[in-house]
Design a protein around this ligand. Structure first.
Ligand SMILES: C[S@@+](CC[C@H](N)C(=O)[O-])C[C@H]1O[C@@H](n2cnc3c(N)ncnc32)[C@H](O)[C@@H]1O
Length: 279
């Protein structure tokens, strides 16, 4: 991807971010890159509670982009004295290169300028005595299948929105991801969406799904997990009513972005999901 495909934008908050010109998608559009990364991703992963000594904690940073999410994670993790592996995935290093050339605007990256530059050529870096940072360049859907990459405890899921990137949001993909993460570890996955059809897609893929934190002007976001117990606010029966009446509750299928009301087969599968059978 060419660097000219991005531009710096001023957010309402006065903070600067970057935008992919082609699809007009701004990275961290609300309150700015680091504030959003901290609230949406870092805080909801409860690192202080979940990173334990003697066990390697694995974070997948899906959509490295301009590295705001991963920088926020590193800042939160660097003082913990447990082994940590961060695996960043991106099919293109265009956003990172662009950001490294615009450190005056994207100043969160300045302290990591050297590390990010080295990571782009070396693909693995011992960042601190405890943190190893890996870079996987390619389509996440293929890269995640590499058995040498350890199963994640946490996923920051940030590969653009479903409308412009359906392949990273459809049911086939999330079923593959659900299989890949398995059940040996408790996984938490965070994303900005609150769309009913995304939550339905995650449920049908076999995840448990919860309401995520509010952020800026957005009342809620979404969290997925392989464990109901890991969710602070699992979706409740109220969500099932929404699924029935919503005009966009059908799961995403195939390569084309298309939403609509859910059909009876999918609707029944959602109603029968173990998440809603607890009472
Ligand atoms: C919104 S940006 C991510 C922003 C980033 N997390 C940050 O903190 O700056 C989305 C990124 O996802 C990447 N991406 C989209 N689809 C992908 C795929 N199938 N595989 C790997 N990376 C993908 C894009 O190349 C882009 O860099």
């Amino acid at each position: 991807m060419l660097e000219s495909q991005f531009e710096i934008v001023d957010l309402k908050s006065g903070i600067k971010s970057l935008r992919l010109i082609e699809n007009n998608e701004t990275f961290h559009p609300g309150i700015g890159p680091i504030a959003e990364a901290n609230i949406l991703h870092v805080a909801q992963h409860r690192f202080a509670e979940r990173v334990v000594p003697e066990q390697t904690f694995v974070l997948w940073d899906v959509g490295l982009g301009a590295a705001a999410n991963v920088v926020a994670a590193i800042d939160a993790l660097k003082d913990l004295s447990s082994p940590i592996e961060i695996h960043s995935f991106d099919r293109s290093l265009g956003a990172l290169r662009f950001a490294l050339e615009h450190l005056d605007a994207l100043d969160y990256l300045a302290p990591y300028h050297e590390a990010a530059t080295r990571l782009m050529t070396e693909h693995v870096l011992q960042l601190t005595p405890h943190i190893r940072w890996f870079l996987h360049v390619g389509d996440f859907r293929d890269e995640m299948l590499n058995p040498n990459i350890p199963t994640p405890d946490s996923i920051f899921y940030d590969p653009y929105s479903p409308r412009g990137n359906v392949d990273m949001w459809n049911l086939d993909h999330f079923r593959n991801l659900r299989t890949r993460v398995g059940d040996t570890k408790t996984l938490i996955l965070t994303n900005y969406t609150r769309a009913t059809y995304v939550r339905v897609t995650w449920l049908l893929a076999g995840f448990f799904v919860g309401v995520g934190t509010s952020i800026g002007e957005k009342e809620e976001t979404s969290v997925a997990s392989n464990s109901l117990d890991a969710l602070k606010a699992p979706l409740q029966d109220k969500f099932l009513q929404r699924v029935r009446v919503s005009h966009s509750s059908a799961p995403l299928r195939g390569p084309a972005y298309s939403t609509g009301p859910i059909d009876t087969v999918d609707c029944e599968a959602v109603m029968n999901h173990p998440q809603f059978q607890t009472h």
